[in-house]
Design a protein. Structure first.
Length: 285
């Protein structure tokens, strides 16, 4: 990662072993997961200091893959602008915030989270409703204010309160009989007097990435849900040091990946308040 605005970014082709992405080297499962990742779109602006000039970027996170059948390798194609999104940190996004932005489900949540990051230091932002609709790319939608509130603003606000380090509240003002302006107030997501995640961001990211290895995203959302529960319970630092030890044991071959997953399911995760028991329905005969 770099703060150098003149850093040159180019399309990347990354070669990865299938077994690191999927234990059984199931190519079709990996392909479907990458299709989903390819559908995730990000937009961001780069501001040139002291000039007022701004360049807007819009890109998918991954443009495709290549796989030679019966080979143990897969090649991922990453667009140039996605490389800039991941690696340039001069625009105000930390790596932690990028992780959050990618995890948000609603495209409006992503846009409004970007707005929160951009205006956090000023505490808020005001604009006309028409300017907001242009920013959200919905100029031809939600012409009724009740629909804009229900379908866009309220849903995004609630998702950010659940998942992000920043969220917003807002107020609408009228000119005459029509609502024409909106003011956002930006808040840090807190519990009591502590930060939302209450820990160093690199610890949270490590915990999340460790869990993904054992509960892949292409199967379900367990890794993200488990990480959230651990964070909300205040266990991230404890989990971080335990997971580092487990990874050392895995690399030294003292334990297998299967051993560690069993330890997570039967011991560590339940300690953090996570139920790992599969619930099945009983059928009477």
């Amino acid at each position: 990662m770099s703060r150098d605005l003149n850093q040159k970014y180019i399309n990347q082709r990354i070669t990865v072993e299938l077994k690191t992405l999927e234990q059984n080297r199931n190519y079709n499962r990996i392909k479907n997961a990458i299709k989903k990742l390819g559908s995730k779109h990000v937009e961001f602006d780069v501001v040139i200091p002291k000039t007022g000039k701004m360049t807007g970027f819009s890109t998918s996170l991954i443009s495709g893959l290549r796989h030679e059948y019966n080979s143990g390798l897969i090649i991922l194609n990453i667009p140039e602008d996605a490389c800039r999104f991941f690696c340039y940190i001069g625009g105000g996004f930390t790596s932690f915030q990028k992780t959050i932005a990618i995890s948000l489900n609603s495209i409006y949540s992503k846009y409004l989270y970007e707005l929160c990051c951009r205006w956090e230091d000023r505490g808020g932002y005001s604009c006309s409703i028409e300017e907001l609709k242009i920013y959200l790319s919905i100029t031809d939608k939600y012409n009724q204010i009740v629909h804009l509130r229900a379908k866009v603003l309220e849903q995004a606000k609630e998702e950010l309160k659940k998942k992000a380090d920043l969220f917003f509240t807002y107020s609408l003002t009228k000119v005459g009989r029509k609502y024409s302006n909106i003011s956002f107030k930006i808040h840090r997501n807190t519990q009591g007097n502590e930060e939302y995640y209450g820990v160093r961001e690199e610890h949270f990211i490590y915990v999340y990435n460790f869990l993904i290895r054992f509960f892949p995203n292409y199967d379900d959302n367990k890794a993200a849900n488990y990480a959230d529960i651990i964070a909300n319970g205040g266990y991230v630092e404890k989990a971080y040091y335990r997971f580092v030890k487990l990874e050392d044991q895995l690399e030294a071959r003292y334990k297998t990946k299967k051993d560690i997953k069993n330890i997570l399911l039967k011991s560590i995760l339940p300690e953090y308040g996570i139920s790992t028991v599969n619930k099945t329905k009983s059928h009477s005969t």
